[in-house]
Write a protein that binds this ligand. Structure first.
Ligand SMILES: Cc1cc2nc3c(=O)[nH]c(=O)nc-3n(C[C@H](O)[C@H](O)[C@H](O)COP(=O)(O)OP(=O)(O)OC[C@H]3O[C@@H](n4cnc5c(N)ncnc54)[C@H](O)[C@@H]3O)c2cc1C
Length: 384
C-alpha cells in the first residue's frame, strides 16, 4: 500500500485495537443484537483516535489519518465506523464554530470519548433538498432562550448520544434557502425531545433514529457559530464528511473482497477451487482494481484537503463515487461468489452487502455527487 510511515503505523494500531477488542464473531454478535460496541469505542478513544490533528495547534483534523482509521473500521466493525464519521463531523463543527464554553463543556469530553454526538439535519420531507424542505423551527423566547419544534429522521446514534447538533430554521428562507438556518447544541435528555429507533436492514450496531422536538427549550448559549448561517457552516465540513464516508465504503469493499478471495481459494467445484474459474477470477480482479482506484482517489483527496487545495472538493466527490461503487460491486460479486453461503448469518458477506447501501445515498446521494462533478469539474450547467 502506497502510504506514509505514519499512516501505515496508524493502520497497524487500528488493526491491533480491533483485533484485541472486536473479533469478527463479536462484530457479528453485536450486529445481530443491534447493539453499539461501547468497549471498542472506548478503546479507540483511549488510543487518541478521536483527536487526529493535522497541525500542531490542533485546529484541523487530519483527513489522511481519519481516512485510514475509517477504512480499517469499515472493513471490520462497519457500524462503529459509521458512528465515527458522525463523531468526526460533530467534533469538527464544534472545533471550528463552538464557543469557549461549548468547547469546554462538550468538545473536551467528546474528544476524550465521554459520550457521543448525533448530527440531526435530515427531515421526513427530504434529505437531498433539506434546506428548502426544512420544517424544524427554532423561535427565540423573550428571555433569549430558544424553543425548537420539528422532526428529524434517519439520525445515526441519536438514541444513546449525549448531545445532538440540530439544524433548525430561525428565519424564513430568503433568496437562498440555505440562509436563515441555525445550528443548535441540544442535550439528549432535554425535556420535549423524543427519540425512537427506526427499523432498518443495515448498519445494525448503531441506532438509526427519528427525533421529535416538541418545544425543546435551550439557552442562548446553545447556538453553535453564527445565527442564520448554520447550514453554510455545515457545508464547510461536508467535504470532510463525504471523504470519511468514502473511506468507510472503501473498507466495506475491502472487507467483502478479502472474504470473497478467501472463499474462492477454499471452496471446491469440479475438482478445483472455484477461484480457478476465469469468470470468478475476472470479477475478483475487477474488484481489486476498483478498491485500489478508490483508495488512490481518497488519498489524493485527503492530501488536497490537508493542503487546502481547490481541487479537494472535486477529488472528494470522485473518491466518494469510486468508493461507493467499489463497495456495491465487491459486495454484489461477493454474494454471487459465495453462492448459498452468502445468505448465511454465520458469514459477514450478507452484512457487508447490506451495509454497503448506506454510502450510496449518505451523506449525499451518488446522483447529487455526480451532479456536483458535472457542474464543478466538467463546467456543465446545473441539472436541477
Ligand atoms: C442509516 C442511515 C443513517 C443516516 N444518518 C444520518 C444522520 O446521522 N444525520 C442526518 O442528518 N441524516 C442521516 N441520514 C439521512 C441521509 O443523509 C439521507 O437519506 C440522504 O441525504 C438522502 O436523502 P433522502 O433519503 O431524503 O432521499 P431524497 O432526497 O428523497 O432522494 C431520493 C432520490 O432522488 C434523487 N434526487 C434528488 N434530487 C436529485 C437531483 N437534483 N438530481 C438527481 N437525483 C436527485 C436522490 O439522488 C435519490 O436517489 C441517514 C440515513 C440512513 C438511512
Amino acid at each position: 500500500m502506497d502510504e506514509s510511515q505514519d499512516a501505515a503505523e496508524l493502520r497497524r494500531l487500528v488493526r491491533q485495537i480491533v483485533g484485541d477488542t472486536a473479533d469478527p464473531a463479536r462484530v457479528r454478535e453485536f450486529d445481530d443484537a443491534e447493539k453499539f460496541d461501547e468497549d471498542l469505542y472506548a478503546a479507540l478513544a483511549h488510543a487518541g483516535l478521536l483527536q487526529l490533528e493535522a497541525d500542531a495547534d490542533g485546529t484541523h483534523a487530519s483527513a489522511v489519518s481519519e481516512a485510514v482509521v475509517l477504512e480499517e473500521l469499515g472493513a471490520t466493525a462497519t457500524s462503529l465506523a459509521v458512528s465515527l464519521v458522525v463523531q468526526y463531523m460533530g467534533l469538527s463543527l464544534l472545533c471550528s464554530h463552538g464557543t469557549a464554553q461549548q468547547r469546554e463543556d462538550v468538545l473536551e469530553p467528546l474528544l476524550a470519548g465521554a459520550g457521543r454526538v448525533a448530527f440531526a439535519l435530515t427531515e421526513p420531507d427530504g434529505g437531498t433538498d433539506v434546506a428548502r424542505q426544512m420544517r424544524t423551527r427554532a423561535t427565540r423566547q423573550d428571555d433569549g432562550s430558544w424553543s425548537l419544534t420539528g422532526t428529524k429522521t434517519w439520525i445515526t446514534g441519536a438514541s444513546d448520544c449525549r448531545w445532538l447538533i440540530v439544524l433548525a430554521r430561525t428565519e424564513d428562507a430568503g433568496a437562498s434557502a440555505i440562509d436563515g438556518i441555525t445550528m443548535f447544541l441540544v442535550p439528549r435528555d432535554a425535556a420535549g425531545l423524543d427519540v425512537s429507533i427506526l427499523d432498518t436492514v443495515a448498519i445494525h450496531s448503531v441506532s438509526t433514529c427519528e427525533v421529535v422536538l416538541d418545544a425543546v427549550v435551550v439557552g442562548p448559549g446553545a447556538v453553535i457559530g453564527e445565527e442564520g448561517r448554520g447550514f453554510r457552516q455545515v457545508i464547510g465540513t461536508l467535504n470532510g464528511e463525504r471523504l470519511n464516508a468514502a473511506a468507510v465504503a472503501l473498507g466495506i469493499a475491502r472487507g467483502a473482497h478479502t472474504e470473497a478471495v478467501r472463499y474462492a481459494g477454499d471452496r471446491q467445484a469440479f475438482g478445483r477451487s472455484i477461484g480457478a474459474f476465469q469468470a470468478l477470477q475476472h470479477r475478483l480482479a475487477d474488484g481489486a482494481v476498483a478498491i485500489e482506484a478508490a483508495r488512490g482517489l481518497i488519498q489524493r483527496a485527503a492530501a488536497a484537503t490537508e493542503r487546502g487545495d481547490q481541487s479537494a472538493s472535486v477529488l472528494t466527490a470522485m473518491a466518494k463515487v469510486a468508493a461507493s461503487s467499489a463497495a456495491t460491486q465487491a459486495t454484489d460479486d461477493g454474494m454471487r461468489l459465495l453462492g448459498g453461503f452468502g445468505l448465511s448469518r454465520e458469514g459477514d458477506m450478507q452484512r457487508f452487502f447490506r451495509d454497503a447501501r448506506l454510502y450510496t445515498f449518505a451523506p449525499l446521494t451518488d446522483e447529487m455527487i455526480r451532479n456536483f462533478i458535472g457542474e464543478h469539474h466538467l463546467g456543465l450547467p446545473r441539472s436541477y
